[in-house]
Design a protein around this ligand. Sequence first.
Ligand SMILES: Cc1ncc(COP(=O)(O)O)c(C=O)c1O
Length: 424
Amino acid sequence: MDNAPNLTPVLGRYFERTWSHGEGHRLYDTDGKAYLDFANGIAVTALGHGHPRVNAAIHAQVDRLLGPISAVGYTEPVSRLATELAATLPDPLDSVFFLNSGAEAIDGALKLVRRVTGRPGIIAFRGGFHGRTFGATSVTTSNVNYRTGYEPLVPGVYIAPYPAAYPAFGGDEEAASAACLAALRSLFDAVIAPSEVAAMLIEPVLGEGGYNPAPATFLRGLRELCDEHGILLIIDEVQTGLGRTGRMWAFEHAGIVPDVVCVAKAIANGLPLSAIVSSRDLQERWGRSAHGSTYGGNPVACAAGLAVLETIREDRLVENAAERGRELVAGIGRIAAEDERIGDIRGPGLMVGVELVRNRETSEPDGALADRLMAASADAGLLVLLCGREHQVVRWIPPLNVTAAEIAEAVEIFGESLASLPAD
Ligand SMILES: Cc1ncc(COP(=O)(O)O)c(C=O)c1O
């Protein structure tokens, strides 16, 4: 705090260090100490720091044209990124609305579905995090602190249980899926008629909420329910998107096609950029000037986005995320075999959550231990973050181009850090 006396105390920070610069997968503090960065600004610098191709694209675009804003006309990198992004998504997801942040994409998507369907209701899922604007806050339930003091929030939001298999279902994905689909049907029977619901909004893997993947059966069931009742399905890929889970888009694991996809974070490797993607038909029905943004989709961020997509494709980073993710889970599994304080390890890809517990039998979360472990790992030169309502989950977000050697190095630091902490 002393190193930034005039910065707001409101913003929560994982570390009190001051960062000087980044090179590849290392972040350096102002004392010159290097850290293996498996946090990446919470899944933002997914290609690491100072990526040559991305930085060259940014420099070139800065010199060519910073503006104009989208409302004034078209610029080549913006139009081209829309085409390239659409090409990564299945039909009919071919229309891209650029904004600046994840929360803005969620807010815009909520407006889209209400206007297009003429229905008020939004169903979101317990434990979800979708951002800090009023709309995004209204669908966020990963921690009550994000909502406290802000009521009344946007009305018409209904919260259903998220199918987190651990700990509530002892890791049984099918049981979690069946129970949560039943809860949705009961919501329709007792609380809101499906004909009043514009959309369901879900993270395919809970991010802030604890790195819990939604079982494929559940997402398929959600798709069927939406089709049955004319409800639109919004998938929040802000944290999971662009290869993070070992597929380009996390919804691909379930073999479904959403109606709306929200994208942000990794898309421009650190510059502010987000997108709402849907079919052309939906955005035409949304209507001209129904939404807008001064800065959304600026050419510099879009030039970075093009370099990011090209790098992911040419360097086969989706495949790398899947392979390195398996190594990471296996490495942590070897630590868990020796240490009862690890209750669960879950993927997919390079979005790995490690849940710390007081006791494997009870699965009682141990946020205090996770906190000490994050600090000890950082002291030993590895940056990992926490998530989950009690901050009991160590979340691993390595860069997509991480190497096997770096995974091994990180696992070793993590294991030694955990071993250094006495059980209480
Ligand atoms: C899944 C998800 N959705 C939305 C957001 C909000 O994004 P932003 O902070 O860019 O507004 C986040 C941020 O962590 C997120 O993880």
